[in-house]
Design a protein around this ligand. Structure first.
Ligand code: SDX
Length: 436
């Protein structure tokens, strides 16, 4: 590899055949700046070159030190720590601290972090009134998206995004309250009374208590299930510039408060191609129903009439390391809850996908959503709650990315260009003449 003779740094020499002009475009960190291409013009008074990239398949929107993914090698690290280590040996709140603060907490830092999050799990009593306002069959993701957006009206000081203390308290509030909002959405859908946070319990055990406590004095979940859900939260905590994080950053770039930015992230996560895939996987497995129906379903996928939900990924063109860890966690959970009969169908789909040319040629491997739904169902969650669980896990990641955005001097309001394909200067004919 040689550097450019002119500049001594790696660069492209671009020749514009329209004008015969040559341009030196520096390559920094494996990327060229779109602005440098903007300097390439066909002639005086013409638009500079733009980069057209639907879905941002090959566009870097920011510089980030939060999460590293190597899609070809199936590597995922949070602040440099391999996901396998964190899933095995950390806790969700410790990982949340790591993502937000960039380092693992000292004992004192961890105790203070856990204390503040524990004591911010309550929400304003008015929240109950508007959760009550949803239809009995409202999707919990719709309720969560609305509730988090509504929190911005309870904490108007959140608009002070340049104030470090304000940022810190909103981050603590959102991580602390997301399980409460998610649990109350679930209880509303079940027609059950809301359960208030129990501050004697840890973060994930408290969440299970708010979900499932009935008349017993204290709800005590099986420790193995608490640990399995805590690991699932760790695995979902961040994933660099995925669709919902991109939504948080794009909305956050207008300098709106973090509750509104995270509500946008929840909206994006709701989609079946993103976080909604775990719910879609369960519905797909139930629809297949038996091993005999698998060949016909696979034919449907190949003919384009079906999509193998839980497979494929924009970045991972090898195994999603999270899918492997979740698949292992299935065994721990099923030891407690009994085997999920859909697991056999899932295993058979995975075996076929890893051998069949259609999937191999498209490098479609199981992603984080493929097995997680099976665990959630075993934990007695209905499919419509699966993406709420994803959102609770992803909240520290969204907030870490938001924090990085608002402190990044290079960032500005997101406003992409377009390639205009419509008509120009059309003569307007008023309705009476048009209709005459
Ligand atoms: C998440 O970005 C992240 O990091 C997301 C996430 C995170 O942690 O935030 O990892 C979480 O969202 C995981 C993905 C969950 N979604 C699903 O499981 C839905 C099913 N998968 C897909 O729809 C798809 O694979 C995506 C959306 C995940 C990725 O889409 P891409 O990168 O835009 O790929 P593509 O749609 O261009 O597909 C390439 C080819 C196409 O075939 P051809 O048109 O070239 O013939 O692969 C095919 C697609 O049709 N394909 C699939 C498929 N996924 C892609 N065919 C069948 N089944 C699938 N699941």
């Amino acid at each position: 590899m040689t550097d450019s003779p002119a500049t001594g740094v790696p660069s492209l020499t671009v020749r514009d055949n329209r004008t015969g002009q040559e341009y030196e475009v520096p390559i920094v960190d494996g990327a060229v700046r779109a602005a440098d291409l903007g300097a390439i013009r066909a002639g005086e008074g013409t638009q500079g070159l733009a980069v057209y990239d639907p879905g941002f398949v090959n566009t870097a929107s920011c510089r980030s030190s939060i999460t590293y993914i190597d899609g070809d090698k199936g590597v995922l690290e949070y602040r440099g720590y391999p996901i396998e280590e964190l899933a095995e040996r950390s806790t969700f709140l410790e990982v949340a601290f790591l993502l937000i603060n960039g380092h693992l907490p000292s004992k004192a830092e961890y105790e203070e972090w856990v204390y503040h999050i524990t004591y911010h799990t309550f929400v304003h009593e008015n929240v109950k009134n508007f959760v009550e306002g949803f239809r009995y069959d409202a999707h919990p993701m719709g309720m969560l998206m609305a509730s988090v957006g509504a929190l911005s009206t309870f904490y108007p000081d959140a608009r002070n995004i340049t104030d470090a203390h304000s940022r810190e308290i909103q981050i603590i509030r959102m991580i602390a309250k997301m399980p409460t909002l998610g649990a109350w959405a679930f209880r509303h859908a079940q027609g059950k009374p809301y359960v208030y946070p129990d501050n004697d319990l840890g973060y994930t055990a408290n969440f299970l208590s708010m979900l499932f406590k009935m008349s017993e004095q204290k709800y005590v979940a099986d420790e193995r299930l608490v640990r399995a859900l805590d690991v699932l939260f760790i695995l979902h905590a961040d994933h660099e510039q995925n669709c919902s994080t991109n939504a948080v950053r794009s909305v956050g770039s207008s300098q709106v408060d973090p509750y509104s930015a995270v509500a946008a992230g929840i909206a994006a996560l709701y989609g079946p191609l993103h976080g909604g895939a775990n719910e879609a996987v369960l519905r797909m497995l139930r629809r297949i129903g038996s091993m005999d129906n698998i060949p016909a379903f696979i034919e449907g996928v190949k003919s384009g009439n079906e999509r193998l939900m839980g497979f494929g990924h924009r970045v991972y063109k090898n195994h999603d390391p999270r899918a492997r860890i979740i698949k292992k966690a299935c065994d721990d959970v099923f030891e407690v809850t009994g085997l999920n009969p859909l697991l056999k169908i899932a295993h058979e789909l995975e075996t076929i996908a890893l051998e069949d040319e259609y999937f191999v040629s498209r490098r479609l491997y199981p992603n984080v959503d493929f097995y997680s739904g099976l665990i959630y169902e075993a934990l007695q969650f209905p499919p419509e709650m699966f993406t709420v669980l994803f959102a609770i896990g992803r909240t520290p990641g969204w907030l870490a990315q938001w924090l990085e955005l608002v402190q990044d001097k290079e960032q500005k309001i997101a406003r992409p260009k377009q390639i205009y394909t419509g008509q120009r200067t059309v003569e307007f004919v008023p309705a009476p003449e048009r209709w005459a």
